[in-house]
Design a protein around this ligand. Structure first.
Ligand SMILES: [Ca+2]
Ligand SMILES: [Ca+2]
Length: 670
């Protein structure tokens, strides 16, 4: 057995560090909040003329440290806004701490409550020992990854903002192809492309043609190349497919407006008097509308032809027109609109796509909580899955994930229709966890969601996520300012990649991009930052970013080289999930003796993940302070951690696990 894992298995030596005496502390001009007397005498600091390595122990000693004293590193000028890390292991007169979570030049700051004094600056090795092969930031060496992407992690790409290959400022398909190696290296097993069809809008959620590629994004040949190159890397491609509505510029709609007898008329919902027609039950797909049975904001006068009629548009815009799939969703397969949409989807399956992300599925039939949409979606999924089995693979299913922006209890019935649904509830709960260090009960909520989902579909896929293109970005909502929000976003990643579900990452989340919808949805869809702007040939410029700029977010190129950047953190956790069946596909369960009403250790999130081949215990310290979790169980061995956790054996069945702020440890159980 072992007593402690202070020493890295990866072989860093604990070095004795040269010390110099810092004399006359109070006279130094760069110390201290003005007017606050420097509390430490006889301060001894490490020499500042050497470069320290990650994992090296350094010492700071002196008289006057108290239990309130914290030593903090702060970046001297990194674009991330200063990655603070409190790596204090003891708060005595002689402070020893290890230094794996910082890089480059760092200010060393003494913090006591709200007061700060700069003690000096130290420089840490900027690069991981071998950036190309560095796959873990753990002091516990995880086993080698066999390369199987068993976690199936998806990555959402807002196409216009991701990567511009031809310099017109608009992200495009060839840009995505050029970045497939990046995504492969990240451990991604699938990409979801926001709508790539011709559209009058920048976002594409109002298509004018479901069969072709938006010329701004490239050609069909470009698309076929993207799919082929993605498949070479075991990356699946799924397309955003909008079943609820088309653009009012779609030729179907333009023709449908022209005459009440036009062949396309039945594809949309028209009425001269929608209020009385809905009340009389004459509008297929709409039983009632709004709180009073009718919402005038969802009806617009036909722009041409039959201008004495109005058409239905659920999203309150005259740019969209809702599609008509007939009054009976169980008979959708006979419906002309359904057949046209299925035909388009089959065309994309012929081009090699692996599935679809279905937009706004609770709005197809108007009543979001009736059986109509799940019934309709089941027909749609079954039809395309049959086609997939016949034409692509007899042994695997097409991937199809639906978006129902609701809490879990309203999402769950949609599993009657689709194999996968996005999980908004778990992100809402996780936001609260991060903002309030209120972690203990999150696994209980997650386990409850899984239980409810499974009651509707035994092989359900819980498509977990942080934020997406319709929500304020994670970095902007977890709060706490630059350095704290970065740590909280790292913790959000750690929870997402260790919990149950099939995780989706929104592009830019892995580099800590900011984004808010205050001035429009473009604020959460800003250009990806690949390199410093002067040398970033793939940077999209169609939109001037307000939140994620060179000054606020470290780009991919620079973060790749930093040992403990959020980008490397994402790589670490995705690899961990890909490596361990228990994390990839195991069940989730509560720790032994979990007591709902006991609020002690509320900042620790603790749960098991169990697969037939292994059982793992996951512990996250979701707080700004170092804390010790007492584990009263036998263990097999620690599998991985995020650095600086110490596991001390008290007895065969008792371990003290001391964890820095916002850190994680994964332990294999017997
Ligand atoms: Ca372009
Ligand atoms: Ca609708």
């Amino acid at each position: 057995m072992f007593n402690s894992f202070h020493v890295r298995k990866s072989g860093f030596l604990i070095l004795t560090v040269l010390l110099i005496i810092f004399s006359g502390c109070s006279k130094s001009s760069d110390k201290g909040t003005p007017g606050e007397e420097f509390p430490i005498s006889n301060l001894v600091m490490p020499v500042s003329s050497v470069i320290y390595k990650p994992g090296q122990t350094i010492s700071i000693s002196g008289q006057g440290f108290t239990s309130e004293s914290k030593i903090i590193f702060r970046d001297a000028g990194a674009a991330e806004g200063g990655s603070e890390a409190s790596d204090l292991l003891a708060t005595s007169y002689n402070i020893t701490f290890v230094t794996p979570s910082v890089y480059g030049e760092q200010k060393v700051i003494l913090k006591e409550n709200s007061k700060e004094w700069q003690l000096g600056s130290l420089t840490f090795e900027a690069k991981a020992p071998d950036p190309g092969k560095q796959t873990t930031i753990s002091q516990y060496a995880d086993s080698e990854w066999d390369g199987t992407k068993r976690a199936g992690v998806f990555y959402e790409i807002f196409v216009r903002s991701f990567a511009d290959s031809d310099g017109d400022g608009i992200g495009d398909l060839n840009g995505i192809t050029a970045k497939l190696d990046y995504l492969d290296d990240l451990g991604v097993a699938g990409i979801w492309l926001t709508p790539i069809f011709p559209s009058p809008s920048y976002h594409g959620y109002d298509a004018t043609d479901y069969d072709s590629v938006n010329p701004a994004y490239g050609t069909m040949a470009d698309f076929e190349k993207l799919v082929a190159e993605a498949h070479k890397r075991n990356i699946r491609v799924i397309l955003d497919f909008v079943l609820n509505h088309t653009s009012t510029q779609h030729p179907w709609f333009v023709q449908a407006c022209s005459s009440v007898t036009d062949q396309y008329r039945k594809r949309y919902l028209f009425s001269k008097n929608p209020e009385s027609d809905i009340a009389a039950g004459l509008i297929p797909m709409i039983q009632t509308e709004g709180s009073s049975g009718y919402d005038s904001g969802q009806w617009f006068t036909c722009p041409s032809g039959t201008t004495d009629y109005k058409f239905h548009s659920h999203f309150w815009t005259s740019s969209f027109a809702d599609l008509n799939y007939g009054a009976d969703p169980a008979k959708a397969a006979d419906n002309v609109t359904f057949k046209a949409m299925v035909s388009a989807a089959e065309g994309w399956i012929d081009k090699g796509v692996d599935g679809f992300r279905l937009d706004a599925v609770k709005h197809i039939y108007h009543n979001a909580t009736s059986d109509e949409n799940p019934t309709f979606l089941n027909v749609f999924y079954t039809t395309l899955n049959d086609y997939y089995h016949t034409n692509v693979s007899a042994s695997s299913d097409i991937y199809m994930v639906g978006e129902n922006l609701s809490e879990y209890n309203e999402v769950a019935p949609y599993y009657r229709g689709l194999p996968a649904m996005f999980d908004f509830s778990s992100w809402y709960r996780l936001e609260y966890v991060l903002q309030n260090s209120h972690a203990k009960w999150f696994p209980k909520d997650m386990i409850n969601y899984e239980r409810v989902y499974s009651s509707y579909r035994s092989n359900y896929i819980d498509a977990t996520k942080l934020s997406n293109h319709d929500e304020d970005r994670a970095r902007s909502v977890v709060g706490g300012g630059s350095s704290l929000s970065l740590n909280r976003c790292k913790m959000a990643c750690a929870v997402l990649m260790t919990s149950a579900g099939n995780p989706f990452v929104y592009y830019g989340e892995e580099i800590g991009m900011y984004g808010k919808k205050d001035n429009g949805d473009e604020g959460v869809r800003e250009p990806m930052l690949w390199a410093p702007s002067a040398s970033d040939s793939y940077r999209c410029t169609w939109h001037s970013p307000q939140y994620s700029t060179d000054n606020t977010v470290g780009n991919v190129e620079s973060q790749s080289e930093y040992f403990n950047s959020i980008l490397n953190w994402y790589k670490f956790f995705i690899k961990l999930r890909n490596n361990h069946p228990a994390l990839a596909e195991g069940t989730m369960s509560l720790p032994d003796g979990f007591n709902d009403s006991d609020s002690s250790d509320k900042n620790f999130m603790v749960f098991y993940r169990t697969a037939p081949s292994e059982k793992l215990l996951v512990i996250h310290n979701v707080s700004e302070s170092t804390a010790t979790y007492v584990l009263e169980k036998s263990i097999a061995e620690p599998v991985a951690d995020t650095g600086l956790t110490t596991l001390t054996r008290v007895s065969d069945t008792k371990y003290n696990i001391t964890m820095p702020a916002y850190s994680s440890i994964i332990i294999k159980m017997p």
